[in-house]
Design a protein. Structure first.
Length: 355
């Protein structure tokens, strides 16, 4: 491409996975239950990658911490992280902030949830989260909650009555309704019930790899038909063997474009820019990590001790440039690539956030 497009990661991480967890700058837990580290390398490599903005996961996802209190605490933590790095980071509360980040060479940080458990039984908390700068709310993680079914929940749980109330509150506050990790019935129900377009910020296509974390063509088509957004992740669920490669990412993007149209597809890598340096050591720790998630009841089908939770040949500082190169080789036009790399997310945010 002749120019670098906006690059917006609909779900990713700002983290250096190689740093000692005991000195984590952010001091909190990611969805894997590990400390995150926002250090000089994290910031330098995120900017060097061309990343314009990223929807990060903060707040309660799983575990024994009190969901509401822990979520408010993590908002405080990330507010502090951004305040300490004003030359590198910008909190995104509206679309104009993404454009400002692009102009200034900073990385926009979108506050997002991967579980709406923190709402508790008080739908009024949605307004509190909106006031604090949260802009994306995923209804469920892999397990069911009181809003609806997760992708690994037994049965095909519908969106609950309270889930409908929460969707309505998210619409009222102009927050994204994210249906990643949801079960099929909950996804379809929420997409229909929502007055605003919904999103699936990080997923794959089940027509290519039949795993619960991937979305069916029916789900993809419905989300797109109502003006929504679908982000394809860089995860093992893109290949039946669990050993996903960059070529798999391209195939899932191509399928999503065929089903949804080129105006509704983007990327949501579910990973950081900074790559794991020592893959051998990482593989040795992976079995423990997978076992811990299984014990907590939050793992997804396709997670195994031998499956890396990222695409090994599409990681590090050059991951976005490499994906662009592969999409060009696939025959995608410059305009289509610009849409996938960030413009479609910005357009979706414009429709939902309205600012």
């Amino acid at each position: 491409m002749s120019r670098t497009p906006l690059i917006v990661n609909a779900l990713g991480q700002l983290d250096n996975p190689n740093s000692a967890r005991s000195v984590a700058a952010a001091g909190d837990l990611n969805p894997s239950g590990e400390q995150i580290t926002v250090d000089a390398r994290t910031l330098a490599e995120a900017r060097a990658s061309g990343l314009t903005a990223v929807n990060i996961t903060l707040g309660y996802v799983m575990g024994d911490l009190p969901p509401y209190e822990h979520t408010l605490h993590e908002i405080d933590v990330w507010d502090d992280v951004i305040a300490r790095h004003p030359g590198d980071l910008l909190k995104v509360t509206g679309v104009e902030d993404i454009r400002t980040a692009a102009r200034d060479g900073r990385v926009g940080v979108v506050y997002g949830f991967q579980n709406a458990e923190a709402v508790g039984d008080d739908v009024g908390r949605v307004a509190t989260f909106a006031e604090r700068g949260v802009r994306v709310v995923q209804l469920t993680y892999n397990q069911a909650n009181h809003l609806g079914g997760g992708s690994m929940a037994p049965g095909d749980t519908p969106l609950t009555a309270f889930g409908r109330e929460v969707v309505e509150a998210l619409n009222e506050q102009h927050l994204m309704v994210d249906l990643s990790h949801s079960g099929e019935r909950t996804c379809l129900d929420a997409a229909v019930h929502s007055r605003a377009p919904v999103s699936v910020n990080h997923t794959g296509c089940r027509a290519l790899t039949d795993l619960p974390r991937n979305k069916t063509d029916e789900e993809l088509r419905l989300v797109a038909s109502r003006g929504g957004f679908v982000g394809i992740y860089f995860m093992p669920f893109l290949n039946p063997t669990g050993h996903a490669r960059a070529a798999d990412v391209v195939e899932h993007l191509a399928h999503a474009v065929n089903v949804c149209g080129e105006d509704h597809v983007g990327i949501g890598t579910d990973g950081p820019v900074t790559a794991v340096d020592d893959l051998d050591a990482y593989r040795e720790r992976l079995a423990e990590h997978v076992a811990r998630r299984r014990e907590a009841g939050v793992s997804a089908a396709g997670e195994r001790p031998d499956t890396l939770p990222f695409v090994v040949d599409l990681r590090g500082v050059d991951q976005f440039r490499e994906l662009i190169r592969l999409l060009e080789r696939r025959g995608f036009s410059s305009e289509r690539i610009e849409k996938i790399m960030g413009r479609n997310f910005v357009d979706h945010a414009t429709r939902v956030w309205r600012s």
